[in-house]
Design a protein around this ligand. Sequence first.
Ligand code: FVH
Length: 290
Amino acid sequence: MTDEPSVTIIGLGSMGQALANACLAAGHRTTVWNRTPAKADALVARGATRAATVSDALWASDLVILCVLDYDAVDELLAPNADMLKGRVLVNLTNGRPEQARRTGAWVTAQGAEYLDGGIMAIPSMIGKPEGFILYSGSSAAFDRCRAALEVLAVPTFVGEDAGLAALNDLALLSGMYGIFAGARHATALIGPERAAEFTTSLLIPWLQAMANVLAPSSAEREAGDIPSEESPLDMQATALANIVQGSRSEGVGIDLLTHLLTPMRDIIAAGEGDALSDLVGLIEKEIRS
Ligand code: FVH
């Protein structure tokens, strides 16, 4: 026996393997289990202990990290092993919805374990490095106790006692990310395949990074509960959007994404904040339909 923390990882897909590797690199006694056992071979060669069953994996460590495809898999793995959960801290890093996290958290807690739900804001190659972070919600006592062990995976960020909050924040952040990906795809389609790589590195990434800073409202704006738009008025933006629609069409690039961008503008106008915009939005819609 050593004084090193002991941790079990259940689920050795690309993310589970990265998590297990980070635990091994930190010198943690690491037990692993995967439905397809061969995925544990390289980890075992690096010093991990292979559990023969899920039950053995749960028994091996007080801290158990579960990272599988979805909640159906979580249920399949945990339900037959309920009696092995007592006294454990179960950290579930499987992507899901807030209500799934709350349901699983309530069930795990009823078995005498503490529950932390997690949202991994990193891809596997970022695990164990400073740029990724993992959101946690659920038992703050368990989070505080396990913090040092969780730090080896990625920067741990606790978002609240409600077990569903990590999933809610995860889904919200992923929505922002997919919006950026979709916008970037449209941008490179406009530029064309020959210049897309150079354009992305030298112009698109710096531009998106600069504009990301605009998202943060100043403290005065936050207190007022809104973000003033004098610097970039909505009617100016709607005019630019009309140009993007027409420019995209001229370049033979689809305009589906722009159609969706119009929806929030329409909502703002409907809320009475920009009557003068109606004509512009009508123009853009006409352009899209033509
Ligand atoms: N990879 C990523 O970039 C993202 C980053 C953010 C977080 N996600 C979430 O992490 C969960 C696991 O993702 P993954 O990348 O490891 O996924 P896969 O490589 O596809 O591995 C899936 C593992 O789940 C096991 N599994 C699936 N179904 C079952 C089941 N019914 N019973 C037991 N295990 C199951 C699978 O086992 P096997 O196919 O190897 O036997 C893999 O271990 C996920 O929620 C992401 O959204 C990753």
